[in-house]
Design a protein around this ligand. Structure first.
Ligand SMILES: [Zn+2]
Length: 164
């Protein structure tokens, strides 16, 4: 980012091919410096941060793309959650109440883990029907798994009774 020539520096006044910048650097033609604060201000080119500060120019505005808040539905362990998302990172959603939701979440409860991949993981959607369907699927997987445990237990009980 080009510097601004310090017009009051001796070097800037005496020489035609090199100057001192406001931030103290020696500048040559190749540096393509701004000849004055005015020129820097009128230019759309970036300005050396230190020179900008020393010249009393306001810091450059950083234009961030505006985040449009939206409603997010969460299906996790058979329950439906509704959130108002006001921000997002690579790993989290931020809600209007300042809560952070991890985008990836896997249950540590073995009954959920063993029920199936959908049952053990969080699912998000902007579509309520989709999230509801996933919550239902999570419960079906869990029910199926728990039923298999009961079936197995009943079978063992039957076998044991036959021995008596
Ligand atoms: Zn500078």
């Amino acid at each position: 980012m080009p510097c601004i020539i310090d017009p009051n520096h001796q070097m800037s006044q005496e020489q035609a091919s090199s100057w001192k910048s406001l931030c103290g650097k020696t500048l040559f033609f190749g540096h393509n410096p701004f000849k004055s604060v005015q020129e820097a201000q009128n230019s759309s080119k970036p300005i050396c941060k230190v020179c900008r500060k020393l010249a009393g120019l306001p810091p450059k505005e950083v234009v961030r793309p505006q985040f449009i808040p939206y409603v997010l539905y969460k299906a996790y362990q058979g329950e439906l959650g509704i959130f108002y998302v006001t921000g997002e990172t690579n790993t989290q959603f931020r809600t209007d109440v300042g809560q952070y939701l991890p985008k990836y979440l896997r249950s540590s409860d073995l009954y959920w883990v063993r029920s199936g991949s959908e049952a053990s993981q969080v699912f998000y959607s902007k579509d309520m029907a989709e999230a509801l369907a996933m919550a239902e699927k999570q419960l079906q997987q869990r029910r199926h798994y728990l039923q298999s445990l009961i079936d197995e237990t009943v079978k063992l009980q039957t076998l044991l009774k036959q021995r008596q």
